[in-house]
Design a protein around this ligand. Structure first.
Ligand code: KG4
Ligand code: ZN
Length: 396
């Protein structure tokens, strides 16, 4: 069975096609095609992601990316095709007229491809961005009369660690998910989210705690901006931090590090960084070295909070492993700190392959199929209600 996966929750437009090899005892797939188009260049101008801009870019790029996927997967066959329900498809895409124009001309010039179902991110994320992907999935479902699997983006990040390091060349791209011992703690850190999740089993999740204000990645991006670094600032801060050293005049707080819960707060850390930077600027002490020292201190403050809370969760739940996923899991200082600490606990650390830390659609295919396999959710038949939910929560 070929599955088309779509991800548009933030600033990456991602589509992939996977071929499943499924039996009653296991699930796996081969990646036939996988494309991610980043909008970063556009968002750099604005210093961050604006939902309306993200939506416009997704609408513009979905059809070209779909075409490239179909071609790469060898399921693109040109033909004159009569689509009988174009009215219905136009209604589904009434808020995305440009997308409708592109899609209707594609549908009328190719054969229905060998795709059995669509996995699409329905939340959490930026609602306008999510809706484009969801409406695109609804339109394709109507055009090709195929089902749709709604997928939670955070479950996608958790499932991202199941892809083997050489997943693009493997017939079986997924690790054997039955080899995992539960419970596992998942620390999900991205531009939009900071969550500790108790993973009781694949498809059985409980949020232990999350940020009450900014997400970790958001704090990285905002502090980077204060230091004159371009969006997305996470990688740039971590680059600058390599030249930084501990500096007694450059200190930042570790917010909520001693609170006896799994909530996080990064807004105060960001404000403290702002005052520190202003102070240094007023004293004419903002140099390349002090910037590197701020980056060092900021990265250490974040890491200390993340490690303390995560270790508390590991201990409380006697976890048998730790997953770290999401865009910020690309941060070497954070992952190396966890690797070092976990040796004391003698439990494995699961990280996504490096191209899968950020948003992608392979993880959406994996999470959607896992849920199907575990019978957590049934696929929706064409026409069944499918909605985007900006603040969707992960659930059991
Ligand atoms: O998961 P993701 O691609 O998108 C969301 O779902 O938000 O995460 C993007 C976030 C951005 O805030 C970016 O600055 C951050 O991940 N990020 C990093 C690093 N690489 C990406 N933060 C810190 N260190 C990095 N190396
Ligand atoms: Zn994400």
């Amino acid at each position: 069975m070929n599955v088309l996966a779509i991800e548009t929750s933030c600033d990456e437009t991602a589509i992939s096609i996977v071929k499943t090899t499924q039996s009653s005892s296991n699930l796996n797939f081969q990646v036939l095609s996988d494309l991610v188009m980043s909008q970063i260049d556009i968002h750099v101008e604005y210093g961050g992601v604006f939902p309306a801009v993200a939506k416009r870019e997704h609408a513009k790029n979905l059809v070209p990316i779909l075409i490239r996927n179909l071609k790469e997967s060898n399921i693109y066959t040109e033909t004159q095709n009569q689509i009988t329900n174009l009215d219905e498809i136009q209604k589904i895409l009434e808020r995305e007229p440009e997308l409708f124009e592109q899609l209707s001309s594609l549908l009328q010039t190719i054969e229905k491809p060998d795709i059995e179902t669509i996995a699409v991110t329905v939340g959490p994320g930026l609602a306008p961005a999510l809706w484009v992907g969801v409406n695109f999935a609804r339109a394709l479902s109507a055009a090709w009369n195929i089902s749709v699997i709604p997928v939670n983006h955070m479950e996608g990040h958790i499932a991202s660690i199941l892809l083997k390091n050489n997943f693009r060349d493997e017939k079986n791209a997924l690790l054997n998910f039955k080899d995992f011992t539960f419970p596992v703690i998942a620390l999900l850190i991205s531009g939009g989210h900071t969550q500790l999740v108790l993973v009781r089993d694949w498809s059985n999740y409980e949020i232990l705690g999350e940020t009450i204000d900014d997400a970790v990645g958001e704090a990285f991006d905002k502090v980077a901006r204060m230091l004159g670094m371009e969006y997305p600032g996470g990688p740039k801060i971590s680059q600058a931090a390599k030249q930084g050293i501990e500096n007694e005049h450059i200190k930042l707080p570790r917010p909520m590090i001693n609170s006896k819960d799994y909530r996080f707060s990064f807004s105060g850390l960001k404000t403290a960084a702002r005052y520190l930077i202003q102070d240094l600027e007023n004293q004419n002490k903002l140099s390349e070295q002090t910037i590197a020292d701020i980056a060092w201190e900021f990265e250490h403050a974040v890491t200390e909070v993340l490690t303390r809370k995560t270790l508390n969760a590991i201990e409380e739940h006697n976890a048998k492993g730790l997953i770290i996923a999401g865009g910020v899991s690309a941060n070497k200082h954070i992952t190396e700190s966890f690797t070092e600490i976990l040796t004391q606990y003698n439990i494995p650390l699961y990280l996504p392959e490096k191209t899968l830390t950020g948003d992608n659609s392979i993880m959406i295919a994996a999470a959607g199929l896992l849920n199907q396999w575990n019978k957590k959710r049934t696929a929706l038949i064409p026409g069944e209600e499918l909605k985007a939910v900006g603040n969707l929560k992960i659930s059991s």
